[in-house]
Ligand binder design. Structure first.
Ligand code: PDD
Length: 278
């Protein structure tokens, strides 16, 4: 149905408590980007909040195919949200007799203009005051909203989150640093969301003999980095050219970014023109 006609109960726990999880799955042509990775992450998020998955993977894929068929055209993304449903009373305790609320829609995506993207983004560092369960793709995003607002107030595009002098991630993206031709990104765990774009960037880099280190990344390493990138389904790979008002590397998108971004675009193009789901 049209989004404007879709409604949910005011008693929905997604609305009352942010008690739900979500996914954003890019679609190129008619092909989902890494459906297995997204469905696996969805399962992890659901397991972590003790919410049974209402569908098996094949059912999800059929729902996505149906949605895409009804919302045809170009590059898109599927937004999927599952909340713990609407209970009769407002009560934190979980009750299993209420069905979850499932909501999915197709988002139109404007393919990033490579020239614009290569102009780069400016970021600040901010204190990552979030909880120790950031691997859950939770709809409770108020902390991320507050952190993003710190960037907006500072007049920059985004923020890199720092916890105990270590880099965790962006407000809605993962962080990579390039130093001496090696890619470094913090390891997955409870401090960050395991990004599907992050995984893909690592795979693309490694299969092109670029060295990747998944290890703790000190805040101080940001200041000596040759390049910094932020990756996500919507940002793809964004080069950071300014950090706390200081130039990153040469102050322009770096050579390694150009190389990996080019490989990433090739991967997307292959997906668009393939008949098989990758
Ligand atoms: N966010 N870290 C956080 C906190 C995120 O919200 C996201 C993505 C990522 C990157 O994950 P992926 O590569 O799978 O998109 C990392 C999505 C795009 C969003 O909230 O809209």
């Amino acid at each position: 149905m049209p989004v404007a006609e879709a409604t949910i109960s005011v008693m929905d726990r997604g609305f009352l408590f942010g008690d739900g999880v979500y996914e954003v799955i890019p679609v190129f042509g008619n092909k989902l980007l890494r459906p297995d990775g997204h469905l696996k992450r969805l399962q992890n998020s659901l397991d972590r909040i003790s919410l049974p998955n209402p569908n098996d993977d094949d059912t999800w894929l059929n729902i996505f195919d149906d949605l895409l068929a009804r919302n045809d055209g170009g590059d898109r993304a599927i937004y999927l949200q599952i909340s713990r449903g609407a209970y009769q009373k407002r009560d934190l305790g979980i009750k299993t007799e209420y069905p979850p609320t499932v909501f999915a829609m197709v988002l139109q995506v404007v393919a990033p203009d490579i020239e614009k993207v290569s102009a780069g983004i400016s970021v600040i560092t901010v204190d990552d005051f979030r909880w120790a369960a950031c691997d859950i793709k939770s709809t409770s995003l108020v902390a991320n909203v507050m952190l993003k607002q710190q960037a907006v107030t500072a007049g920059v595009d985004d923020a890199i989150l720092i916890k105990n002098c270590m880099v965790s991630e962006g407000t809605a993206s993962n962080v990579f640093v390039v130093k001496n031709d090696v890619l470094v990104t913090p390891p997955t765990g409870h401090k960050l969301l395991p990004g599907i774009t992050r995984d893909l960037v690592i795979e693309i880099a490694e299969s092109n003999t670029i060295l990747v280190e998944e290890r703790e990344l000190k805040e101080a390493e940001l200041y000596t980095a040759d390049e910094i990138w932020m990756t996500s389904s919507t940002r793809e790979i964004a080069p950071v050219i300014s950090l706390n008002s200081e130039a990153v590397g040469a102050g322009t998108a770096g050579d390694m970014w150009k190389r990996v971004m080019d490989l990433y675009q090739q991967y997307k193009q292959q997906l668009r023109s393939s008949n098989e789901k990758l």
